[in-house]
Design a protein around this ligand. Structure first.
Ligand code: 13P
Length: 249
C-alpha cells in the first residue's frame, strides 16, 4: 500500500514566533487522519518545531542538506546535524534549489546518497519547466532527472524515497497542472521507476504532486489514481488552507 502524504514546504517564511504560532494553529486544527502530515520549517526553527509538536502527529522535516558529513562549508547543514535535532526526512532537489543555487542532477545524486546513508528519508523533487512542456519534452526531461539523480539507488533504498513531481511552471504561479496532466505524468513516473527497479518499487513508491495546490483544487488532483498526496508551498502557510488540503485527501 502506498502512503498518502500531505507535506507543507514553508520555504523561507516564518520566524521563530511565526513558526510557533502556525504550529499551534495546526495542532488545534489538523484532523485525525491516516495520511502522513509533514511540515518543513526553516533550519533555525527545526529544533523548536519538534518541541512544540511533541506528542502530536505532525512530522517535522528539513528543506535541504549538504552532501558532505562536515567540514569547511560555510553556511551549510549536514545530515548528521539534522538527525541530531530529530529530523528523519529531508526535501532534496526542489526547483528553487536547482534554479537559484545551481543544484544539478549530479549534485543531487550525491545528496540523496548522503541522506540515505544517514538513514534519512528523502522527498525528492523534480519537474519540467514551461518551455519543456510547450515543446513536448516534459516526459523526457522528467525521465532524465530521475535517471541522473536516482537510478544509482539499490532497490531496497526505495523504501526511503518519496517522489514529488513539481512542474516548475505551476510553482507559486497560481497555475496548476490539470488533474489529467498530473495523472498522466505520475503514471509515466511510476512506469519509469517500475521498468528500472521492478513493479514492487513502482507500485509502492508514493508520488506527490506540487504546484499551486489549494483548498479549491486539492480534492480533484488527489482523486487521481497515481497521485498519493501533495507538497504544498503557499497554501501551507495558512493553517486553515493547509488543513482543508489535508481534509481533501
Ligand atoms: P506552491 O504551492 O506555492 O506553488 O509551491 C509548491 C512548492 O514549491 C512546494 O515545494
Amino acid at each position: 500500500m502506498r502512503r498518502k502524504i500531505v507535506a507543507g514546504n514553508w520555504k523561507m517564511n516564518n520566524d521563530l514566533s511565526g513558526t510557533e504560532a502556525l504550529l499551534n494553529d495546526l495542532i488545534a486544527l489538523v484532523p485525525n487522519t491516516e495520511a502522513t502530515v509533514m511540515v518543513a520549517p526553516t533550519f533555525v526553527n527545526l529544533f523548536q518545531a519538534f518541541n512544540v509538536l511533541k506528542g502530536h502527529n505532525i512530522e517535522v522535516i528539513a528543506q535541504n542538506m549538504h552532501q558532505e558529513p562536515n567540514g569547511a562549508f560555510t553556511g551549510e547543514i549536514s545530515a548528521q546535524m539534522l538527525k541530531s535535532v530529530g529530523v528523519n526526512t529531508v526535501i532534496l532537489g526542489h526547483s528553487e534549489r536547482r534554479a537559484y543555487f545551481g543544484e544539478t542532477d549530479e549534485l543531487l545524486a550525491k545528496k540523496v546518497a548522503a541522506a540515505l546513508s544517514n538513514e534519512l528519508q528523502v522527498v525528492f523533487c523534480f519537474g519540467e519547466e514551461l518551455e519543456d512542456r510547450k515543446s513536448g519534452r516534459h516526459f523526457s526531461v522528467v525521465e532524465e532527472q530521475l535517471k541522473n539523480a536516482l537510478f544509482h539507488l539499490q532497490t531496497s533504498d526505495w523504501e526511503h524515497i518519496i517522489l514529488a513531481y513539481e512542474p516548475v511552471w505551476a510553482i507559486g504561479t497560481g497555475e496548476t497542472a490539470s488533474p489529467e496532466q498530473a495523472q498522466e505524468m505520475h503514471a509515466f513516473i511510476r512506469k519509469t521507476i517500475s521498468e528500472k527497479f521492478g513493479d514492487q518499487v513502482g507500485t509502492t513508491v508514493s508520488i506527490l504532486y506540487g504546484g499551486s495546490v489549494k483548498p479549491t483544487n486539492a480534492a480533484e488532483i488527489f482523486a487521481k489514481q497515481d497521485v498519493d498526496g501533495g507538497l504544498i508551498g503557499g497554501a501551507s502557510l495558512k493553517a486553515e488552507d493547509f488543513v482543508a488540503i489535508i481534509n481533501a485527501i
